[in-house]
Design a protein around this ligand. Structure first.
Ligand SMILES: Cc1ncc(COP(=O)(O)O)c(C=O)c1O
Length: 401
């Protein structure tokens, strides 16, 4: 096993850090990015190295930060399918609408990718206890992988986080706490407690390795589309880690000379009730202000402020993409429509992204023949209580029609 891990670098001030030490952010407060020795990798191998390996996240080990294979904590994450959406594509007038179904990951969301890499690396560097605030799904994923790694996990989430994710965290043995307010309030609790107890804080972008796991979505997309990238990728954005990760994957592939041609337009979708990045984009800003009164049924994208906002905005702008918002009503309607027309029970965040495909098509950002990829970040089964769909009870002697 060979990782080409080189250093940790601050994308704002350029300061570098030794990757063999457990670190959180740069001393200037900015998230750190993992850098690899791409020059050497380019000399020593080509993209065919990955083709012969088993599907899944760890096939990209050269561009992942774990240096000793025995530290890998895996539950079979990654390698999710890209599926045509014929039904919704017809409704929206898009002939090549696709969905990457991240709901098939362990714990039912793409968070498994960040957790697998983040927990593996934390274990490799000697962490004993991890702590994070979560909207729900990340906590469930990190709780599962920490259990497998034998690490202590502490999770704090808003008291109205989806009940399934609360139960998952507890079931995996994480110390699980509910906090009045939003994920930002849970973040304050975790920060203070981590300082007091010496836990390693693994909040979104507070450690460098979660992005590396999510980056593998980008590597898979590049493989699935045979190097000819989709015209646009639509991503339901909370903290933005998945989008930053995919964009990082494309930059690394470009630097390696393994990807040529235009890159996809990166499209952020947020809920109208919590759209800090959309607002910053529209106002031409590089940083997003805290979104007061954040409220949406799509809990995963109910993130009022994101540490990596400037990285998200930069990826969107340099790709020629855009940022759009959708209402909760649209999310709910699209969620049900996708299930009926395409046989996929996606998550509300994924439904927001499907709906955004129509918006960007109407804007003319993509044409009717362009391949467009929507990220479904989780399994709908984790949220069935929101769907509120009821079966009809048969009366005595009555038969189904
Ligand atoms: C289902 C789902 N989709 C999207 C997101 C947003 O993820 P990101 O931080 O990459 O923007 C989350 C985060 O909690 C989530 O749970």
């Amino acid at each position: 096993m060979k990782s080409y891990l080189k250093t940790l670098e601050c994308p704002r001030c350029g300061k570098t850090y030794d990757p063999s030490k457990l670190v959180n952010t740069c001393e200037c407060g900015t998230p750190l990015l993992v850098r690899y020795d791409l020059e050497t990798l380019k000399k020593e191998a080509g993209p065919e190295i990955w083709k012969t390996r088993r599907r899944g996240l760890w096939r990209y080990k050269e561009l992942l930060p774990v240096t000793d294979e025995k530290n890998i904590v895996s539950l079979g994450e990654g390698g999710t399918p890209v599926l045509p959406m014929k039904g919704m594509g017809k409704v929206y007038g898009l002939k090549n609408l696709y969905l990457k179904d991240e709901g098939l990951n362990p714990t039912g969301t793409f968070k498994a990718r960040g957790a697998s890499v983040g927990v593996s690396r934390a274990k490799e560097l000697g962490a004993k206890a991890l702590a994070m605030p979560t909207a729900g799904n990340a906590g469930a994923a990190w709780a599962a992988y920490s259990a497998r790694a034998g690490l202590k996990m502490v999770v704090a989430m808003p008291e109205d986080a989806p009940v399934t994710t609360q139960a998952e965290c507890v079931a995996y043995g994480a110390s699980t706490y509910l906090v009045r307010g939003l994920i930002s309030d849970a973040g304050r609790v975790v920060r203070e407690a981590s300082q007091r107890h010496g836990w390693f804080e693994v909040a979104t972008l507070k450690e460098p390795y979660r992005i590396e796991g999510k980056k593998t979505m980008g590597l898979e997309i590049w493989e699935d589309f045979d190097g000819k990238m989709p015209a646009a990728i639509i991503y339901p954005t909370g903290g933005g880690v998945g989008l930053i990760g995919m964009w990082k994957a494309f930059s690394e592939l470009k630097a390696l000379g393994w990807l040529s041609g235009p890159l996809p337009k990166m499209v952020v979708v947020q809920a109208e009730g919590c759209a800090p990045i959309v607002r910053a984009y529209r106002e031409g800003k590089n940083r997003a202000e805290f979104f007061q009164g954040a409220c949406t049924i799509a809990a995963g994208i109910r993130v009022p402020s994101a540490l990596g906002d400037f990285l998200v905005l930069d990826a969107v702008r340099s790709s020629g993409g855009t940022c759009v918002s959708v209402s909760d009503g649209e999310i709910l309607d699209t969620w049900k429509e996708v299930a009926r027309r395409d046989g996929m029970l996606i998550c509300p965040e994924g439904a927001a992204a499907v709906r955004a495909a129509k918006i960007v098509a109407d804007m003319g950002l993509i044409g009717p023949d362009d391949p467009v990829l929507v990220l479904n970040t989780g399994a709908g089964m984790k949220y069935v209580e929101l769907l509120n769909e009821k079966a009809r009870k048969l009366e005595e002697g009555e038969l189904p029609e």
